[in-house]
Design a protein around this ligand. Structure first.
Ligand code: ADP
Ligand code: MG
Length: 260
């Protein structure tokens, strides 16, 4: 027997935390929500394999926190396990960003309300900053994840057919829809490939049938458990009721500004 190298251990354990495009989108969206974002844009290129970008208008990351944001087990959300009793956030393990860094190329662009300009940080596979430069984005954080699983052929294999890719996109759409349902005040959008139709309406309608909300949440929890071994944290606040859009066309109609 021999001991695996630290690099291999990090790669393998990261691949457990981040097992799919859906996982990445979910983790980044949860980080945005934890940062009190009221608007989130999720952009995917080639089903997220080429690029996943999640942009939020949340509180941003302070310059002094940036050096550890991608280092595993660093979190701003709890200080010790006792804080779990009063947890108000989705994240608390400090594992997501660091794990994503191990399996993809990550840049984080962020600006807090006290910063004059945003800064774009490039992270290495251990989550350390390798370079930084000023950029032009407004308050909030944009995480860009490129070439996911480039170093993990077995994971990449999961997306070998266009059927599997489309299926993953559908799951992503479903999970984001669920976030939109539990946070009716949130503006959340999903785009796939430049110029391709918007998949999720800009503003989900704020009223759904109780049965639809329950069913969506059940499916989402099942999905997250299946693919992540975890479930959704937090106490969603459910609003009352109309129909969920059934097709993209219906969703677009609902999202269109009301005719005067
Ligand atoms: P966790 O969410 O469990 O704390 P993550 O690895 O997901 O761990 O994120 C690490 C830290 O990076 C967070 O605790 C937070 O301080 C910061 N962070 C990550 N994403 C964002 C974001 N979109 N906005 C503000 N801070 C963020
Ligand atoms: Mg997190």
């Amino acid at each position: 027997m021999h001991q695996l190298s630290a690099h291999t251990v990090r790669l393998l354990s990261s691949a457990q935390v981040v097992a799919s495009v859906l996982n990445v989108v979910k983790e980044l969206t949860e980080n945005a929500l934890d940062a009190d974002a009221t608007a989130i844009d999720v952009k995917l290129e080639n089903f997220g394999l080429e690029r996943i970008e999640v942009r939020d208008n949340g509180i941003g990351i302070r310059a002094e926190d940036a050096p550890v944001m991608g280092v595993r087990h660093f979190t701003s959300k709890i200080s010790s396990h006792e804080d779990l009793e009063t947890l108000q956030t989705y994240g608390f393990r400090g594992e997501a960003l660091g794990s994503i860094c191990a399996v993809a190329e990550v840049t984080v662009t962020t600006k807090t309300k006290d910063d004059d300009v945003s800064v774009q940080y490039s992270l290495d596979s251990s989550g350390n900053i390798v370079s930084q430069k000023p950029s032009h984005l407004g308050q909030g954080t944009t995480v860009s994840v490129q070439r996911l699983f480039r170093n993990l052929p077995v994971r990449r294999q999961l997306y070998s057919s266009s059927k599997k890719c489309r299926e993953e996109l559908r799951r992503i759409q479903e999970v984001l829809t669920a976030f939109a349902i539990v946070k009716p005040e949130l503006r959340i959008a999903l785009y796939h490939n430049k110029g391709e139709a918007v998949r999720l309406v800009r503003q989900m309608p704020s009223r759904f049938s109780r049965a639809e909300v329950t069913e969506t949440l059940r499916r989402m929890c099942a999905e997250l458990e299946r693919s992540h071994g975890t479930c959704l944290h937090g106490r969603p606040f459910l609003r009352p009721l109309v129909d969920l859009p059934r097709t993209d066309e219906e969703a677009r109609t609902l999202a269109a500004p009301a005719a005067l």
